[in-house]
Design a protein around this ligand. Structure first.
Ligand SMILES: [Mg+2]
Length: 369
């Protein structure tokens, strides 16, 4: 019955995006991600993935690679993967932070255990409360015309939930763009905005005053991640609820921001909190202290991370601010059947583990030498 770990590999990849994604302070054309492959003595293989995220977790690919190879892999070799909770307790204390590396390890461990026990990951982490999702689409092409064309095309395919990237151009342009999107998409569409720390408090207030009629569901991370007082003051001046993203790197951050009344909801990413279990715990905390939850992949991650996110989303008590995966922004995925929506809906089935079939040839194609 045991599932002894034989080999742990850390594979750095560069995955090209279909189109550049323009966010405040950065234009992303390639995703530099770490893929972890854990092989058991019985031949089963589990997969995990984490994006590097210099402005979010601070994790860089060479550091993530070293964290797995030099610190975390040695803890796992010859251990029983079915003891994943005990193993993750060791992983979480072996090295400070490095949440991306820890996240990729946990996803791979759970994928492996699920395949061995012939159950989906969501059965291992509490059981599904939902298996259908209507994911949101990010609008960040850098061109208002292009974003509107993309949004209308997505809307035709059933998507009604959009996150507008703001803060990368003059605030007047963001205002005009947001008003235009509401007009083009109609009142059915759910719109929210994300500034990725790219605005000042006064710019944010101007943006709100001018876009009040748009009825944004929430506004994500207008100010720098460390600016707790600024976020709290801003929250008291505007009526749209604020969501923390870059400012949340731990469960403690969620408590601090909530106590300061700086946020009404949290963007949870498994790369920020160090794995699936930590996100489940954080979401339970959010539920208990009355915060909304948005669950998201980083731009961009493949179907390995997308599957991990949906497995996680299945068990959370609340997902009222939506879910976004990012594999659709990649020029090419690394699995046989990439995660995709039908009429705007993704349905999680009961395939074992993460429910995906990784194509090792594609992994090799994108591996950084
Ligand atoms: Mg964000």
């Amino acid at each position: 019955m045991s599932l002894i770990i034989k080999k742990v590999e850390a594979i750095p990849v560069a995955l090209p995006l279909l189109k550049p994604m323009h966010m405040a302070g950065v234009v992303i054309t390639k995703a530099y991600n770490l893929i972890v492959r854990i092989e058991a003595q019985n031949g089963l293989v589990g997969w995990g993935e984490s994006a590097s995220a210099p402005t979010m977790t601070g994790d860089l690919l060479p550091g993530m690679l070293a964290a797995v190879e030099d610190y975390l892999a040695p803890l796992l070799i010859n251990e029983d993967a079915l003891n994943h909770a005990q193993l993750m307790a060791k992983v979480s204390t072996e090295i400070y932070r490095n949440t991306g590396a820890k996240c990729a390890i946990e996803c791979a461990l759970l994928d492996l255990c699920g395949k061995h026990l012939d159950v989906p990951v969501f059965d291992l982490i509490g059981g599904a409360r939902r298996q259908q999702f209507s994911p949101m689409t990010l609008l960040g092409s850098g061109s208002s015309d292009q974003d509107i064309a993309d949004a209308l095309a997505k809307q035709k395919m059933g998507t009604q939930f959009f996150k507008i990237k703001v803060g990368a151009r003059a605030i007047e342009e963001d205002i005009a763009h947001t008003l235009r999107l509401r007009k083009e998409l109609g009142s059915k569409a759910i719109l929210c905005a994300d500034a990725n720390m790219g605005l000042t408090a006064s710019e944010t207030v101007s943006y709100f005053q001018a876009t009040e009629s748009v009825n944004l569901l929430f506004f994500e991370q207008p100010l720098r991640s460390g600016n707790l007082n600024g976020m709290a003051q801003l929250a008291s001046r505007i009526s749209v609820p604020l969501c923390g993203d870059e400012s949340i790197t731990s469960v403690e951050d969620i408590v601090t921001l909530s106590n300061a009344k700086a946020i009404e909801g949290a963007n949870l990413k498994i790369i920020k909190l160090g794995g699936i279990s930590s996100v489940v715990n954080a979401a339970v905390l959010c539920e208990n202290i009355g915060l909304s939850v948005n669950l998201a992949c980083k731009v961009a991650e493949s179907s390995i991370a997308a599957a991990s996110l949906f497995q996680t989303g299945a068990v959370l008590p609340n997902l009222d601010w939506g879910i976004s995966v990012t594999n659709q922004y990649l020029a090419e995925d690394v699995v046989q059947h990439p995660i995709a929506t039908i009429n705007g809906v993704f349905t999680l089935d009961r395939k074992p583990g993460l429910g995906i079939e990784v194509n090792e040839t594609l992994i090799q194609k994108f591996t950084l030498k």
